[in-house]
Ligand binder design. Structure first.
Ligand code: ATP
Ligand code: MG
Length: 361
């Protein structure tokens, strides 16, 4: 997949800008605070309908303006895709795909796929389980709309169950509603967990290979889904349903649901060491990179073409050898690489970004 063109109007610090990208490596250079991250944020927004920096779409509108617009034109094996998003300050965003408005945001997934890597992705390895679940959820959602809708449904039911837990006077009153919510939560939760298990198994294999490559076979990377596991959806359903029943007293006491896919995690192990607790900064960074490169391969296997790779300010974080290995492994993937300065001898389409203006170098 190739992003041919990006059009921005009143998006962040851009007023009106049209950019034609090269088909392989695109290098975007600029000083701090000129609009590099804004640009990759705009592309990613057209892929997943969300910013990686804010949950408030209105923040994307240029200060003092009424609306922002992003339009991406991509060439896919199946033909041209345009995603055109209007973000008005006073209304909900409007998304058009090939000129047709979509009714549900889930329809956006899978039209233009991206893998996004920025220094904050170190959170993926270092921080809380929420970050790792988000990583898994965004990826599977890009590959399966059904998964995305199951997640939304799960969150709604979970909120209802938690509300009941908080507002019930006693167990008897709670039990009348909990029976229904436990059943529904276990049904959908089991589907979510099963998809995640399959995804993590696949990711683990690919990430292990990437990690061997980046570390000259010095480090063996393994990923394990931790939480509820089972051989198939039915088995997981039974385990989850029983756990929900068994945890009622505890859940009533705490006022929230303590079991389910919203509590699961991804354990990242390198040479038998839990990398989150014991990995060095450099090891953690390389693991994050291996995960991202594995993501690229998963997309390639599942949808038959590479997604677009967005690398925001990543090279400054890596030593020279790892930079070269990274660039070698993405030579046939369209990449948008941002940074403040580069010493790259590779062929690339180069852009200079200054105060919300982009020019080809
Ligand atoms: N809604 C907005 N309207 C106008 N300007 C904005 C808006 N949101 C952010 N900005 C500005 O956009 C500028 C560029 O931000 P961006 O994060 O893209 O910088 P950058 O080039 O990636 O810098 P760095 O190298 O420090 O990461 C910032 O100065 C920021 O204040
Ligand atoms: Mg930036």
């Amino acid at each position: 997949m190739i992003i041919k063109q990006l059009e921005l109007q009143n998006f962040r610090n851009y007023q009106s800008q049209v950019i034609e990208f090269g088909t392989n490596l695109n290098v975007l250079i600029g000083k701090n605070a000129q609009g590099k991250t804004n640009l990759v944020e705009a592309i990613n927004f057209c892929c997943i309908g969300k910013s990686h920096r804010t949950s408030k779409d209105k923040e994307l509108i240029k200060f003092g303006c009424d609306s922002a617009r992003i339009k991406v034109t991509a060439l896919r094996q199946a033909g041209t895709k345009t995603v055109d998003i209007l973000i008005p300050r006073q209304a909900k965003k409007i998304v058009r795909i090939n000129n047709l408005s979509i009714l549900r945001i889930g329809e956006l997934f899978g039209n233009i796929n991206s893998v996004f890597f920025s220094p904050e992705d170190l959170r993926l390895v270092k921080e809380s389980p929420v970050d790792r679940r988000r990583f898994i959820d965004i990826d599977i959602s890009q590959l399966s709309k059904v998964y995305f809708y199951n997640l939304l449904r799960y969150e709604k039911i979970l909120a209802q169950r938690n509300k009941l837990l908080k507002t019930s006077f006693d167990k008897n009153q709670a039990m009348r509603g909990l029976d229904v919510w436990n059943e529904q939560l276990a049904q959908i939760g089991a589907k979510i967990i099963f998809s995640r298990l399959k995804f993590v198994e696949h990711l683990s294999k690919l990430a292990k290979n990437q990690h061997f490559r980046l570390t000259d076979s010095q480090e063996e990377l393994n990923l394990h889904y931790t939480g509820i596991v089972g051989a198939n959806v039915d088995a997981i359903y039974r385990i989850l349903f029983n756990l929900l029943e068994q945890s009622i007293d505890k859940d009533l006491q705490l006022g929230y649901t303590t079991v389910g896919p919203h509590r699961d995690d991804l354990k990242i192990v390198c040479n038998d060491i839990d990398i989150r607790s014991f990995g060095s900064q450099g090891q953690q960074r390389t693991v994050a990179l291996s995960l991202k490169l594995a993501e690229l391969e998963i997309f390639k296997e599942e949808i038959g073409e590479y997604p677009v790779l967005l690398l925001d300010d990543v090279l400054s974080e890596l030593d020279n050898l790892r930079c070269q290995k990274l660039l070698d492994s993405i030579s046939n993937v369209q990449t948008m690489l941002t940074g403040t300065s580069f010493d790259l001898s590779r062929p690339a389409t180069r852009f200079f970004i200054e105060n919300g203006h982009i020019s080809k170098m």
